[in-house]
Design a binder for this molecule. Structure first.
Ligand SMILES: [Ca+2]
Length: 195
């Protein structure tokens, strides 16, 4: 499927799910996932959609790794680094979840994000995705918030409607460059609830 068709399909499924879903956020979740990265990144796959660095003609430098430098829960968190000096670039973690087939879902994805600074003009966005297809490019992520709401830790929460699936749901979180600068964030205590 062509990327533009794929993005349009995902957008359509989200709209249909929003219209059809009668899920109540107060009903108990069907699936609950809490991830503090204390056991590493084994449940997650890394993804990227980044531009080339004009000086090297290779993709800009990026990293998503375990870290103990900034932690809000347990002993480990994830450190996200992205050379955003080209004004573009997106990196993400994605994980598969098993869900009931053939019914609309409401996915609540929340996370703690550490930013070094507060900025009225966001240096980056923190973005969330949930859907039946594994995301492969930046345009498929549509729920976003400025990543520099405060200096230090801040919880971000996204409520995402999803159309019926074949029993597999992909949940992802992403950092996306918004200004031409080097970016460093930490993410910990990720929570996913599916209703
Ligand atoms: Ca942790």
């Amino acid at each position: 499927m062509a990327p533009r068709q794929r993005a349009a399909l995902i957008g359509s499924l989200a709209i249909i799910a929003a219209l059809l879903s009668s899920c109540d956020l107060f009903t108990p979740p069907l699936v609950v996932m809490r991830e503090g990265f204390e056991s590493g990144l084994k449940l997650w796959h890394k993804g990227l959609d980044v531009p080339p660095d004009p000086s090297t003609r290779k993709p800009v430098v990026w990293e998503i790794d375990l870290s103990q430098e900034r932690v809000i829960e347990g002993n480990w968190a994830t450190r996200w680094f992205l050379d955003g000096r080209q004004g573009d670039g997106t990196i993400w973690l994605v994980t598969p979840l098993s869900v009931h087939k053939n019914r609309p879902l409401t996915v609540t994805l929340s996370l703690q994000l550490w930013s070094a600074t507060v900025s009225a003009q966001p240096r980056a966005h923190v973005v969330a995705y949930a859907g039946s297809l594994r995301p492969v490019e930046e345009t498929e992520f549509s729920f976003k918030e400025p990543a520099d709401k405060r200096a230090g830790w801040q919880r971000y929460r996204f409520v995402i409607p999803v159309g019926s699936t074949e029993g597999e749901l992909w949940g992802a979180l992403e950092i996306s460059a918004a200004q031409k600068t080097l970016l460093e964030y930490f993410i910990d205590d990720v929570r996913v609830e599916v209703r």
